[in-house]
Design a protein around this ligand. Sequence first.
Ligand code: ATR
Length: 281
Amino acid sequence: MGDYLLKAEKLFGVIGHPIGHSMSPAIHNDQFQHQGLPYFYHAFDVDSLDLKHAIEGMKRLGVSGFNVTVPHKVEVMQYLDDIEDDAQTIGAVNTVVSQDGRLIGYNTDGKGYLTSLLQTVGEKLHDNRVLVIGAGGAARAVITALNNYGVKQLAVTNRTPSKAETIKDRVNPTMRIMEMNEAKDKLDQFDVIINTTSVGMPPQQDNVPLEVTALKDNALLSDLIYNPLETKWLQQGKSYGAQTLNGIGMFVGQGAVAFELWTGIWPDTERMTEVVLDQLR
Ligand code: ATR
């Protein structure tokens, strides 16, 4: 890595707080080397109070692009020069591209998730009924991507129904909003069920977002969580015969779409996945 650093012609990075456990430097630096690009990616720990100055610094120092993670995905928007349409709809930015000295905000979470879902389900996704559990930032990204792609039915359920209603107003007024109890009773109407909530992640690792009682044949249960690799909910789904998809694909997918925005090259996502699995082991 030493020689490589000396030759780096472009700098990329991620800003967040805390940032120590981010796997983004590992996937991007490995991919830069793999593609023969003399670039380097660094994790910047930025406190909320310093966000404005940090963004200004990124611009003035000529950083070529960066990811934005918790807790800055919404706040960062006010400091950018332009925001792409999807990021505007989602109301959050996770990727910034520096173009002729202007910082442009994108959101690659939804597209990243869709890429991973399509690799699993294929184009028949168009004919699928899809239920999204949750209405936070991750849900907005996933729902926007699914709505742009076009599925047979898109339904959302959330502990706080008003948040799901807000997404419906923002993304697509024909979307179906369900109470959690109704969704639980009608789970077997859906081909794809996606958990976007934090239920299943420590300290909520022993809970499930929605109790599985019956599923359609060939249903797919998908969780955005990747640590643990298999949440209790995915285990429950498996016991009902469902195919499952954990959150590694979304993490790799969002990184891949960002990498392409920065370099124009679609990265080797299998290799990125291996890097993530190595970090988790
Ligand atoms: P993110 O950006 O990761 O999506 P978020 O915006 O804080 O995070 O959203 C968290 C989501 O998880 C929300 O849908 C939240 O439900 P509420 O809108 O009702 O708060 C959901 N969530 C978190 N803990 C939950 C729990 N114990 N039971 C049900 N839903 C939960």
